[in-house]
Design a protein around this ligand. Structure first.
Ligand code: ARG
Length: 467
């Protein structure tokens, strides 16, 4: 069933309006209306540029800009009637403006929705990267605080989820700080790439009108460190490239993977089996059936949501890969995944930053977990190496001692020296000193290692970097 009413913006060549189902499949205003502030910003700059080059008068520019401001006020107050028949945020705003400002009929001069939406999204990416950066900084600050609070707490570090070697809990937490610092770099790179103005690319081939691309770029803040305008260099690329969407979704996915691994660690650590930490009540939930339960739902949901972020990235890669140049309507589907990646990543980060201050380390449980002297078997190997035993041989010797300790059901450091000394000449009476946990950690004092001096220095480094 076709509508009698023709499309106001592009309906000139059509004898009837789009079918109801065409309207339903074609509308994007249900999700792109959140671009309104950026669309208004772009249109204000477009009007300024058109006046600057003499295509419209100063009065027309002022009328258009005032009209746009009113519309944005209405939108922000929730008083704007979005019409899906007008497809998207761009046509909704332009049509509303035309109703009160006759000069608005000139606003779309030398512009297409293709370069318009590319501009809106670049403005949005700059905003989104800055928001996520602030949220990442808060997570880092919370992790550094928790590392500070747990500097005295030692836990087993794991490989293959088997106890491996003792590490300060702070060192484990600071590993995530390194990851989130790289996430900030990735987002900063996306922000830099977004900072180029596509306006003036038109539909695909620019315009014959005497516009000023650099003027409009400056108006919108697409400038380098020296304040010089940055404009896209190929009109066909500018309207069809979606690298930024993919890079943004990718940066969110990688941050999501980091958040997911952090969540998994806290889920394990808060279980009865580990008992290393207690999570704050405010970020856990109970069971409708089992009164004793306290479930780590916030971290489980973060782990789950990270899958969504990966899906969004996959969707964008798949959508773009087979498209011929230039714009194809498929590209309208580019927005839901990046909006979702932004919303979810921000929520995940904000939850972690809010939850970490309430995390309490259970010192006794950690101390018990790290008490097994076998966790320092490698340090005994190092003891032998220091006595001149080749590493491979030393490894075998200590392996034999571990076997002996298992057979005699005696902790490694409690084996009688008479038995120990039989295994290798280099094992002197001082062999048990290898099992002094405090000394073992203090000896790990080179960059990147878990010694207390290194951990303290890294905490100080992050505090200095990010206040
Ligand atoms: N809503 C459209 C989108 O987001 C705007 C661009 C429309 N361009 C076109 N040639 N129909 O992709």
């Amino acid at each position: 069933m076709a509508n009698k009413k023709k499309q106001a913006t592009w309906g000139g060549r059509f004898s009837e309006g789009p079918a109801d189902l065409m309207l339903r499949i074609g509308e994007s205003v249900s999700f792109d209306q959140r671009l309104a502030p950026f669309d208004v910003q772009g249109s204000r700059a477009q009007a300024a540029m058109l006046a600057h080059v003499g295509i419209i008068s100063a009065e027309e520019r002022d009328a258009i800009q005032t009209g746009l401001d009113h519309i944005l006020e209405k939108i922000e107050a929730g008083d704007f009637a979005w019409d899906p028949a007008l497809e998207d945020v761009h046509m909704n705003i332009e049509q509303a403006l035309t109703q009160t400002v006759p000069a608005a009929a000139k606003l779309h001069t030398a512009r297409s929705r293709n370069d318009q939406v590319a501009t809106d999204m670049r403005l949005w990416f700059k905003f989104a990267c800055a928001e996520l950066d602030a949220s990442l900084a808060a997570v880092v600050a919370a992790l550094v605080d928790l590392a500070e609070r747990t500097r005295e707490v030692t836990i087993p570090g794991y490989t293959h989820l088997q106890r491996a070697q003792p590490v300060p809990m702070a060192h484990h937490l600071l590993a995530y700080v390194e990851m989130f610092a790289r996430d900030r770099d990735r987002l900063a790179a996306v922000e830099r790439a977004a900072n180029v103005c596509p306006l003036g690319s038109g539909a695909i081939a620019g315009t014959t009108l005497p516009i000023d691309r650099e003027f409009v770029a400056k108006e919108l803040g697409f400038v380098d460190a020296e304040g010089q305008p940055r404009v896209t260099q190929n009109s066909m690329d500018a309207v069809s490239d979606r690298d930024l969407f993919i890079d943004f979704a990718s940066a969110c996915s990688v941050a999501g993977v980091h958040l997911s691994r952090l969540s998994e660690d806290f889920i394990l650590w808060s279980s009865a089996e580990f008992g290393f930490v207690t999570l704050p009540d405010a970020f856990t939930t109970g069971s409708s059936l089992m009164p004793q339960k306290k479930n780590p739902d916030a971290f489980e949901l973060i782990r789950g949501k990270s899958a969504r972020l990966t899906g969004n990235l996959q969707m964008l890669l798949t959508m773009v890969k087979g498209l011929p140049l230039t714009y194809n309507r498929d590209l309208q589907e580019d927005k839901p995944p990046v909006f979702d990646s932004f919303d979810q990543t921000k929520l995940m980060l904000d939850c972690v930053a809010a939850c970490l201050p309430g995390v309490v380390a259970n010192k006794e449980r950690c101390a018990a977990a790290v008490a097994d002297p076998a966790l320092l078997a490698t340090d005994l190997v190092d003891y032998l190496v220091r006595k001149g035993v080749p590493f491979r041989e030393a490894h075998h010797v200590v392996g034999a001692l571990v076997g002996l300790s298992e057979r005699l059901e005696t902790p490694l450091d409690a084996l009688p020296f008479a038995e120990v000394s039989k295994i290798h000449d280099a094992l002197g009476e001082d062999w048990v000193e290898a099992f002094d946990l405090e000394k073992a950690l203090a000896a790990r004092d080179q960059p990147g290692m878990p010694g207390p001096g290194q951990v303290a220095a890294r905490i100080a480094f992050w505090r200095e970097q990010w206040g």
